[in-house]
Write a protein that binds this ligand. Structure first.
Ligand code: XBP
Ligand code: MG
Length: 270
């Protein structure tokens, strides 16, 4: 099945944004009169819970911080405040895309492939990041932005990928997903997608072994990515030719083993 679309996770995959999320959470806690601080080590642990609102609730439930009971009632307000702060940090800061991201997105757009986003973060955060990172026009390159509460269950549930595939009207076997975390890879794999994983700073120890290829980043001509597991890209960086070959192999393995595909995808692959 020919490659039709690329589906990108956002945080950690397009850019190393989690440090700015962490900063925004801490600023919001302070603004709400709480003495909570999420240091990096704790934040790494908390990232196991996807979704900022869910992460705060998990923190209240499992770490019983002072003021937790009262804060629970204000969690939506506090998370909205965190979102405003995060967008400000993104717009003010110098957030750079991870190596190869801008190049691959441009190559896919120029080749007429469809582009989609599948993320747990808020839609406004995605728009701010794409705008700051690639430019406002890049937003129109994405035909589907699947984000936040648009589905009831966040990653590692497959829902956000199922939603993106439905909106794209694509079979999973015609798409490749890009992820940085175990939760993200699990979600994409459950939806039947082949995945390229580029583990991010906070999640470098995550198990992403279900991915078709694991790399340090997407690489650039003259600045090859470090190969960590699975499919090797001949040029040392991820490009459409390499992705097509990787997808062919992933679909062939799936056909032989007949596992891992959704009924819709299996039907489309026949
Ligand atoms: C990463 C996340 C997000 C952000 C916070 O999402 O887990 O929850 O840390 O974002 P992904 P919000 O890698 O799927 O993009 O506070 O907006 O939920
Ligand atoms: Mg991510």
């Amino acid at each position: 099945m020919p490659l039709e679309a690329l589906i990108f996770d956002v945080d950690g995959t397009l850019a190393e944004t989690e440090e700015l999320h962490r900063q925004a959470f801490n600023e919001a806690f302070h603004a709400f009169g709480l003495d909570w601080v999420w240091p990096r080590d704790l934040y790494r642990e908390l990232l196991g819970v996807t979704g900022g609102r869910e992460r705060i609730l998990h923190y209240i439930d499992h770490y019983a911080p002072a003021g937790g009971a009262a804060a629970r009632a204000k969690v939506s307000e506090m998370h909205a405040d965190k979102t405003v702060r995060y967008v400000k940090l993104i717009r003010a800061g110098d957030v750079a895309p991870r190596p190869g991201v801008r190049r691959l997105i441009a190559e896919a757009h120029d080749a007429g492939l469809r582009l989609a986003i599948a993320t747990t973060t808020r839609p406004g955060n995605v728009e701010a990041l794409l705008g700051a990172m690639i430019g406002r026009e890049a937003l129109s390159w994405f035909s589907v932005i699947a984000a936040g509460d648009i589905v009831p269950a966040k990653k590692p549930a497959r829902d956000i990928y199922d939603y993106a595939l439905r909106e794209l009207d694509c079979a999973a076997s015609a798409c490749v997903a890009f992820e940085d975390s175990a939760n993200g890879v699990r979600a994409a794999r459950q939806a039947g997608l082949a995945v390229v994983a580029t583990p991010s700073f906070f999640l470098s120890a995550d198990d992403v072994s279900e991915s078709a290829s694991v790399l340090s980043d997407l690489g650039e001509p003259g600045r090859p990515a470090r190969h960590l597991a699975g499919w090797r890209f001949a040029k040392g960086y991820v490009d459409l030719a390499g992705l097509r070959s990787m997808l062919d192999e992933a679909n062939e393995i799936k056909r032989k083993t007949s596992t891992g595909g959704s009924p819709r995808e299996d039907a489309a692959a026949r």
